[in-house]
Write a protein that binds this ligand. Structure first.
Ligand SMILES: [Zn+2]
Length: 59
């Protein structure tokens, strides 16, 4: 059975963990119109605005 020749260093291990964390975390930006958290490059689910234009009718 294959066995690792070298122990994975703390730096290498932490870098691997950090990259997985970056992939999994959800990124939020504040909506400039209603200041609710929303996903970047998406129409705001709260007020339906994107780039200063109302895309979805506000309720
Ligand atoms: Zn909004």
């Amino acid at each position: 059975m294959a066995v690792p020749k070298r122990r994975t260093s703390k730096t290498r291990k932490n870098k691997r963990r950090a990259s997985a964390y970056t992939l999994n975390r959800s990124n939020y930006v504040e909506c400039p119109n209603c200041h609710e958290p929303k996903l970047p490059h998406r129409v705001c689910p709260n007020c339906g605005e994107y780039k200063g234009q109302a895309i979805i009718d506000a309720e």
